[in-house]
Design a protein around this ligand. Sequence first.
Ligand code: UDP
Length: 327
Amino acid sequence: MILITGGAGYIGSHCAINLLNEGKEIVIFDNLENGHIETVNLLKEIGNVHFVKGDLKNPDEINSVFDRYNIETVMHFAGYIEVAESVENPSKYYKNNIIGTLNLLDTMVNHKVKHIVFSSTCATYGEPLYTPLDEKHPQNPINPYGRTKLMIENILDDYDRAYGIKSIKLRYFNVIGADSKSRTGEWHTPETHLVPNILKSIFEKDRVFNIYGTDYNTPDGTCIRDYVNVEDLAQAHALACSYLKEQNKSDCFNLGTEKGSSVKEIFNAVKNVTGKNINVEFKPRRQGDSAILLADSSKAKKILNWHPEKTLEESINSAYQWEKIRH
Ligand code: UDP
């Protein structure tokens, strides 16, 4: 059985669907602070899902999951993810992300569970020294959120050396899109991400979409990111599980498409896909945004045999269908 911490959230729920489609039995552990019970209920309609509402900060709650279920592998998504909030309230981030993960890992040690796939991020690299970013790029995160993710990567390596826990760290670039059948999708409050923010201005009257910064050193002056589809990302997690089973080795992989899109290009693509006119305003740069973040994902392609398939338009369209349902 596979345990998914944070399985009621955005990326966790897509990974859950992917595993359920393969006939796997899963346990979701989520405190529902940012995850949604509606998502859990939908997952239960798809396959064999057990749900435990609990918090990783409470060791007894996670321990009881391992006592009750025969866990083989863990997928760890639970954690806070807002960069700006992490700068304002680092205590919240360190306590939740680090202590929660330590409690999870210690429970794994006690129950002799040896495999974990960890949801990491390109934010662990910090300001790029070169582009595209490969896994050897130095990791110097520039905000507490990124630092919690890097600390966890380091903790995982220490737990491998000391206790033989094998981990795959997946460093996501910009994840977009929703389930092709609109069963789950991006659902954050407040929403800070680009694609859902553009889409929300279609549905919410008086809402204006802001482009943050038009004076970057890029061809059109707006930031360039690597937008990877969430279902493709889910597939990488399934491959990471198989890799752990077959190779029993720790490793890290970048997950991106290796194609960059500027904020203006994404905005135009959303207009084309939806056929809607969207109000836009140009604002100053948002603090902490790098001009270009682009993945070199050749390692994931070669070693995990991961091949992202969805086009940008497909990702935007699935996100659009999901937003439609929610409005
Ligand atoms: N962005 C924007 N308007 C928004 C949200 C994001 O212009 O309402 C820009 C942001 O400045 C960045 C890019 O879109 O250059 C991607 O931002 P997002 O928050 O989606 O992901 P991040 O790269 O911060 O992880």
